[in-house]
Write a protein that binds this ligand. Sequence first.
Ligand code: ATP
Ligand code: MG
Ligand code: FE
Length: 341
Amino acid sequence: TLILGLESSCDETAAALVQGDRTILSHRLAGQEAAHRPYGGVVPEIAARAHVEMLMPLVEAALADAGCTLGDVDAVAATAGPGLIGGVMVGLVTGKALALAAGKPLIAVNHLEGHALSPRLSDPDLEFPYLLLLVSGGHCQLLFVEGVDRYRRLATTIDDAAGEAFDKTAKLLGLGFPGGPAVEIAARRGDAGKVPLPRPLLGSPDPHFSFAGLKSAVLRARDAGVHDADDIAASFQQAVVDCLVDRTRRALVHAEGATALVVAGGVAANGAVRGALQAVAAAADLRFVAPPLWLCTDNAAMIGWAGAERFAAGLFDPLDIAARPRWPLDPSAEKARGAGV
Ligand code: ATP
Ligand code: MG
Ligand code: FE
C-alpha cells in the first residue's frame, strides 16, 4: 500500500509518501519559524495562510521525489485534528480534494495518533502494547497503546504541556523561537545544579504532570538577576527530566504487559529526555524505543504511517468528516477528567 500523508496542524506544512512496509519514499517539510519569530510564538492566522501557499507545492514535490503520481496512491491520510483549526482545515480539505480526484479513500488522522505510532515506523520490531510518553508542544500524556485506534490514557498534564514549558522558558530567558532546541543548547553550557527549581507533583501517587509552577519559578529566578541564563536553562531542563522520569516510573505499574517504553512527540527530540527515559526502561527491564529526531517533531511521514496502519485495519473516513481543534485519543479519560486537559 502507498499512502500520501499531509500535515498542517501547527506551524509545519508537510507531505510524505509512505508504504505499508515502512518505506518512506519521500517526505517534504516547510517550517514557518521565520514568519512567526517576530511574534515569539505561532500566530494561527499566519500559519493557516502559509499552509494554503505551501501544501500543494509540497505534495507535488513529494510525488516527484517518489517518482509517482496521485493515481499511484492507495489512500490519502490527512491530519484532521487536534491543532490550530485554520491549518487543520487547510490540510483536511486538501486531503479530501486529492482523495476525490484520485478516487481513493480518505483517512482522517488524529495528529496524536501520528506521534503515537511514529515509533513503529522507525522500529519494525515494536509490538503492541507499549507504554508511551507523548511529550509535544500541546500535550504531555502517558498512554497505554494497545493497538491502532486503541489508547488508554494513564495520565495527562493538569496545566501546561512539556513543550510549552520549554517554549515559555526560552521566551523568558530570551533564547529565541522555537524554544525547545534553544533551551537544550543553552542547557549544555549551563550547570543544572546552580538554580533550585521545583519538581511539581514529584512523588504524587497518580502519574499526572504539572509544569506551570516550574515556569513561574523560572520567571522568579530570572528576575532575581543573579543567575546565568544558561544555568537557569540547564536547571529547568533537569527539573523537567526529573518530573518525566518520576511520572513515567509511576505509570509503569499500570502498564502490565507492555513490550517497551516508548517516547514520542517534539520533546522526545531532547537528548537529556531520551537518555533519562532510556535509563528508566533499562531499570524496568523494558525495551526503549524513540524515533529518530526528525520523526519526533511534526512531519507528514508519521501521518502517512498512521494512515498505513489505519488502512491495514480497514479504518476509512467519509469525505464530509469535520476538522477538530480538540480530539482526545482516549475519549473516556477525557470525559472522566472533565474539560480542560
Ligand atoms: P502537538 O503535537 O501536541 O499538537 P506540536 O505539534 O506543536 O504539538 P510537536 O511538533 O510535536 O508539537 O513538538 C514541538 C514541541 O517540541 C515544541 O514545544 C518544541 O519546543 C519542542 N521541542 C522540539 N525540539 C526540542 C528539544 N530538542 N528539546 C526540548 N523540546 C523540544
Ligand atoms: Mg512546530
Ligand atoms: Fe505534534
